[in-house]
Ligand binder design. Structure first.
Ligand SMILES: [Cu+2]
Length: 150
């Protein structure tokens, strides 16, 4: 099996907020991932810049596989952080051009300027979740958004 140099990935995964570090995903998350038809996935694209998420509201459907494309069109590094949403999705993988990471939960995803990360997920719970960039000062400058799962 080919191993992927994690340091080469265009994003970082950090322990931060939301889901406890030792949390196991509920059993139904694994079942949903195994049963999903990824040929029917929906694509949601969000662009990061100074200092906004565009669009500022991202919409997903409960139980429908999705590819969340996070593009950084800015000149600074930006974070995509939504602790509540992250705990309410089943993650298949997060990938960039350099590789992919499989993990049950992510606490934060950082995207470097000019780079793109793709997140393959299934929203498991309806709700409205806050989204923000946790780089110092960015949320205060307006880099916040909302994620809606209907
Ligand atoms: Cu930012």
């Amino acid at each position: 099996m080919r191993s992927i140099p994690v340091a080469a990935l265009a994003f970082l995964v950090m322990a931060a907020t939301g889901v406890p570090a030792d949390a196991e995903p509920p059993q139904e998350y694994g079942k949903a991932l195994a049963a999903a038809d990824w040929s029917k996935m929906e694509t949601v694209i969000v662009t990061l810049s100074e200092y906004a998420f565009t669009p500022s509201t991202l919409a997903f459907k409960e139980g429908v596989p999705a590819k969340l494309v996070i593009r950084n069109a800015g000149k600074a590094n930006h974070y995509f952080v939504s602790g509540q949403f992250f705990g309410a999705i089943a993650t298949r993988k997060v990938q960039s051009s350099d590789g992919e990471i499989k993990a049950p939960f992510f606490d934060a995803v950082e995207v470097y300027p000019g780079k793109t990360v793709e997140w393959f997920l299934i929203p498991m719970k309806k709700g409205t979740f806050g989204l923000l960039c946790t780089v110092q000062g960015h949320a205060e400058h307006g880099m916040k958004g909302t994620i809606e799962v209907r």
